[in-house]
Design a protein around this ligand. Structure first.
Ligand code: GRF
Length: 208
């Protein structure tokens, strides 16, 4: 039993820019042994990210690659890429990483990088997805966990969960309702990946 568990244990690394509540949900799920993985590192582009405190509390190594300390986006991306190559986990989890990942990185970790987005993709890609949903007047919103490809929030979809949009909602109330399910869906998608149950078939992700 223990031997099987060991064989299944994957190494994941999380990339986050801010508050890190999704990161915390992943930490908690690993601690509760709901995900057969260890978190090898947190990478952040933001030295002030609260996610750093969460990592420290969980004894997870932190690698800060401060975006603003680099002369250009290209130089930053090279530093990020080499940190990612050095870590070389089974899976990178973008959990509130607020930048677009460059194509070289996406290609290098094809099928090994997932992202959580606070909308029912393919609607409302990019920033302020919840506000976009309210402005558009949709009646349901939600979250999506997907593999990262070279498009913006457009990679193969692993899991989605929907919530109602109420007439009284503003960006904050809707974001809070969606966030509750992000914290369920992201660990669940990681679990499926770590159990080797996800098969990418073109645009589809089959859950075995
Ligand atoms: C989440 O809503 C995530 O979907 C989006 O940014 C937010 C990050 O929240 N990409 P947190 O840092 O995980 O608390």
């Amino acid at each position: 039993m223990i031997k099987n568990e060991k064989l299944m244990t994957k190494r994941i690394a999380v990339i986050a820019s801010g508050r890190g509540s999704n990161f915390q949900a992943v930490i908690n799920a690993i601690a509760a042994r709901k995900i057969p993985a260890v978190c090898a590192a947190l990478i952040t582009d933001n030295p002030k990210a609260y996610a750093i405190e969460r990592a420290k509390k969980a004894h997870i190594p932190v690698r800060v690659i401060d975006y603003h300390s680099f002369p250009s986006r290209e130089v930053y991306e090279r530093a990020l890429f080499s940190a990612m190559q050095r870590l070389d986990p089974d899976l990178f989890v973008l959990a509130g990483y607020m930048r677009i990942v460059g194509n070289e990185i996406v290609r290098a970790f094809n099928g090994r990088m997932i992202n959580i987005h606070p909308a029912l993709l393919p609607s409302f890609t990019g920033l302020h997805a919840q506000q976009q949903a309210i402005v558009h007047g949709v009646k349901v919103a939600g979250c999506t966990v997907h593999f990262v490809d070279e498009s913006l929030d457009g990679g193969p979809i692993i899991l989605q969960h929907c919530v109602p949009v109420l007439d009284s909602d503003d960006e904050d109330t809707l974001a809070e309702r969606i966030l509750h399910y992000e914290h369920i869906c992201l660990p669940e998608a990681i679990r499926l990946f770590c159990e080797e149950r996800l098969v990418i078939d073109g645009r589809k992700v089959i859950v075995r």
